[in-house]
Design a protein around this ligand. Structure first.
Ligand SMILES: [Zn+2]
Length: 403
């Protein structure tokens, strides 16, 4: 399995002509594909190659034709998908004006600069702005640990995808992660199954962001009811912003978790989402459910990616093992529909999501020892990715209060 990390590099140079020509090539490819009803890259390339050559060769290397065809088929695929869902309103997809994607043949990465081939005999050297973050990738690339994928040039930055093959390392611990609408709970176990610690990350912020945008959407729909085209445009802009804000936040949450996994050199176990147990509000049930599923899966993927980048193995548990046994005394717990359970035998109050992290361990690794019933730590994660430590008992008092 290949893992890719796309790193942005700023640069100071104008690509106006290349931007214009490349978007014209893509427009040309899209028009042809629509006209000839072609969906596959190979067929499209074959169909347009001669005409492309007449128009753009030898100003541009023939590999620009391949890159343009690839981008055009990807845009069209996405467009057809949106069309099927009723989300695309035009007959033709829009082409980004300041966007170039280059195949490996068309550039050479040199660490702090990129050599871009335009025609068979012409090259452009672009100096990249290298900060500390980018430096790490360049060093690893120089050591031969990373390869480079197809680069993307945008107006303000160049995206360089660094690739490596995933080779899992020996781990000394296990971290099980349970994801919910409002929180992420994880437990770390040592080699003998002893719980080292259990942590709750409160990710209520995700819901806050969605609520904020849902209010904004309602306002816009009301205000622009008589201007549907303008309304659609603005709604699209807002939904893009909403998505980016949530993704940014989830990236930060995943970073916290993977840092912890790295610290304990732990393999990661998460629940396969097909078995997901969710409690959701009745109101707007389907939208909420879809949104939540999407967020859960996104967060899992972010965790998986970051973990694999650090060579930590990741496993999804298929077990439908949702035991309701008290982790302390082993007697059956009574579900009460809340996020807390009570054992009638040993009188312990047990957090359902903490129990889920224990069950994940049990179903994949075996018996656990010294389990927690409530988390050792509760962290409220803010949008900038910092965590505010909450007092555990106060947090549960807050949870039990009616909203
Ligand atoms: Zn008990």
């Amino acid at each position: 399995m290949v893992i890719i990390k796309s790193v942005k590099f700023k640069y100071h140079r104008s690509f106006d002509e290349l931007f214009r020509d490349f978007s014209e090539m893509i427009e040309f490819c899209i028009d042809k594909a629509l006209e000839l009803n072609i969906t596959s890259y190979a067929k499209l390339r074959k169909a347009i190659y001669e005409e492309w050559k007449k128009r753009w060769y030898p100003k541009y290397h023939t590999h620009y034709c391949h890159s343009a065809c690839r981008v055009a088929t990807a845009i069209l695929k996405n467009f057809r998908k949106r069309k099927r869902k009723g989300l695309a309103y035009k007959n033709k997809p829009e082409v980004k004006k300041e966007f170039i994607k280059l195949e490996e043949m068309l550039f050479e990465f040199k660490g702090d600069k990129v050599k871009i081939v335009t025609s068979p005999r012409k090259e452009i050297i672009v100096n990249l702005v290298v900060a500390e973050y980018q430096r790490k990738f360049i060093e690893a690339w120089k050591r031969g640990e990373l390869d480079i994928g197809e680069i993307i040039i945008k107006k303000d930055f160049i995206i360089i995808p660094f690739k490596k093959i995933f080779k899992p390392k020996e781990t000394a611990a296990t971290i099980t992660i349970d994801i919910n609408e409002k929180n992420v709970t994880y437990s770390i176990f040592d080699k003998d199954g002893k719980v080292i610690k259990t942590v709750r990350l409160d990710i209520y912020k995700v819901k806050r962001i969605h609520d904020e945008y849902s209010k904004k959407r309602q306002k816009i729909q009301k205000k622009l009811a008589k201007k549907p085209i303008k309304m659609r445009k603005i709604l699209k802009k807002y939904s893009g912003r909403e998505k980016r804000r949530v993704e940014n936040f989830l990236h930060k949450v995943s970073k916290i978790i993977v840092r912890e996994a790295e610290k304990y050199n732990a393999k990661i176990i998460m629940e396969n989402l097909n078995n997901l147990r969710i409690t959701i509000n009745r109101k707007r049930k389907n939208i909420r459910r879809r949104l939540n599923r999407w967020n859960f899966r996104k967060l899992q993927l972010f965790i998986e990616y970051k973990a694999k980048w650090s060579r930590l193995p990741v496993k999804y548990s298929d077990a439908e093992y949702t035991s309701r046994l008290c982790p302390i005394c082993g007697y059956m717990l009574n579900p009460n529909g809340q996020r807390l359970l009570k054992c009638n035998i040993c009188n312990k109050i047990i957090d359902r999501d903490v129990l889920a992290t224990l069950n994940l361990f049990k179903s994949e690794c075996g018996e656990f020892r010294s389990p927690r019933t409530l988390p050792d730590e509760v962290l409220l994660i803010k949008e900038d990715g910092t965590g505010e430590l909450l007092k555990v008992d106060e947090y549960y008092l807050m949870l039990m209060k009616p909203p």
